[in-house]
Write a protein that binds this ligand. Structure first.
Ligand code: ATP
Ligand code: MG
Length: 365
């Protein structure tokens, strides 16, 4: 247990500051007076780039690296790009991922009671699984190193390493033991999602996954090709506990999965390395709704709950795990009671949702 946990808060762009401020208020309400968390804000993102010419100042990077955890709103704005063509704002997330080696991107997919799903016949509890996206290699590791030849041929390289696959596979099995919803058909399972029938890199991913699986005989395993997986997430989402996949496949599938449980506003995310943890909702800065006060804060609130869980487990600090559980319980209650933002076909504003979540947390403390 530490006396104080330093949380580096980076609001970012678009709706980022709105949903990030909501999550900070909720964490404060859950922990109450005497909270061991200390929040410090640091600038980064596209708007900061427009003002200063820098999208990710070095002091912000150092503070993030040294903090006990990083909480982020969202970054990037359309058309705001660096001279080299990369997106200002996105570099915040990418630099943290690669330089802090945040290899495990954990994306829980859960349908809450009261939230409309575009899938017919599903109810709360039917969809409750985790997409574990490998976050440090795969196709996205080629970012910036691909080649464009004579304006005619473009090449990017998909890199998979044995150690990288082993550690993400182990993480998948550990997650399946702790979370990922109820057993399905009497078993808890990890599904390895790849394209092993076509590409060698994915066949390697699958074979290393199978080797690691031998160490976890209590967990069922299976394989699914990514194209079939896109269909399964729509027609049998209740089958899954933990799905583990390469970086780009995990990125694509998690947006599809989010759509089945209410949309991007309901998609929390945690990016974990050996030492650092970075927490933000899976959505982007949604500039189309920024400043209107209607952004859905639940995804960021749930990401902040994951932050408390991660810190609590890491430091053996039960208070943080209890606060995370309270936030999840209150979130469930609020959604079940119809406290829905416009993307969920409701009318509640960001501040109404935040206030209500905070009031319930304060009352229940
Ligand atoms: P990125 O490139 O960062 O992934 P994106 O272009 O994929 O971003 P998002 O910002 O993730 O786009 O979201 C797409 C759309 O979904 C937004 O334009 C917005 O209408 C809606 N959306 C996303 N997040 C939320 C939210 N928290 N609340 C309400 N609507 C949202
Ligand atoms: Mg996106």
């Amino acid at each position: 247990m530490k006396p104080v946990y330093e949380i580096a808060v980076v609001h970012g762009d678009g709706i980022g500051p709105e949903v990030c401020a909501a999550a900070v208020q909720v964490v404060k309400a859950a922990l109450g007076p005497g909270s061991p968390l200390h929040f410090s804000e640091y600038p980064a993102g596209a708007e900061h780039f427009l003002k200063t010419g820098q999208s990710f100042p070095e002091p912000t990077f150092q503070a993030c690296r040294e903090a006990d955890a990083i909480l982020h709103g969202a970054g990037g704005l359309p058309g705001v790009i660096h001279p080299d063509g990369t997106e200002a704002g996105l570099d915040f997330t990418l630099r943290l991922r690669f330089e802090l080696d945040l290899y495990a991107n954990i994306r829980p997919v859960r349908l809450f009671e009261g939230v409309p799903s575009p899938l017919s016949g599903v109810k709360a509890g039917d969809i409750d699984y985790i997409i574990l996206r490998e976050n440090s290699e795969g196709l996205y590791a080629a970012r910036g190193s691909g080649a464009l030849l004579r304006g005619e041929v473009a090449v990017d390289t998909l890199v998979q390493t044995r150690s990288g696959i082993e550690r993400i596979a182990r993480k998948a099995f550990e997650l399946a033991r702790q979370s990922g919803g109820a057993p399905r058909d009497g078993v808890r399972r990890v599904t390895c999602c790849d394209k092993a029938n076509v590409l060698r890199s994915y066949a390697f991913f699958r074979s290393v996954f199978d080797e690691v699986a031998k160490d976890y005989p209590d967990i069922a395993t299976e394989h699914a090709l990514v194209d079939a997986m896109a269909m399964y997430l729509v027609v049998k989402p209740g089958h899954f506990n933990v799905i583990v996949s390469e970086n780009m496949f995990g990125d694509i599938l998690s947006d599809l999965a989010a759509a089945t449980v209410g949309g991007m506003g309901m998609a929390p995310s945690a990016e974990i390395g050996a030492a650092n943890g970075f927490f933000q909702a899976a959505h982007g800065s949604a500039p189309d709704i920024a400043g209107k006060g209607i952004a859905n804060p639940y995804g960021t609130i749930l990401s902040a709950a994951s932050m408390l869980d991660w810190l609590g487990h890491k430091h053996g600090d039960e208070r943080l795990n209890q606060a995370a559980a309270r936030i999840r319980r209150v979130t469930e209650d609020c959604l079940a009671n119809g406290l829905l933002s416009t993307d969920l076909k409701g009318r509640a504003s960001t501040s109404e949702i935040t206030r209500s979540v905070c009031d319930r947390l304060t009352a229940g403390r």
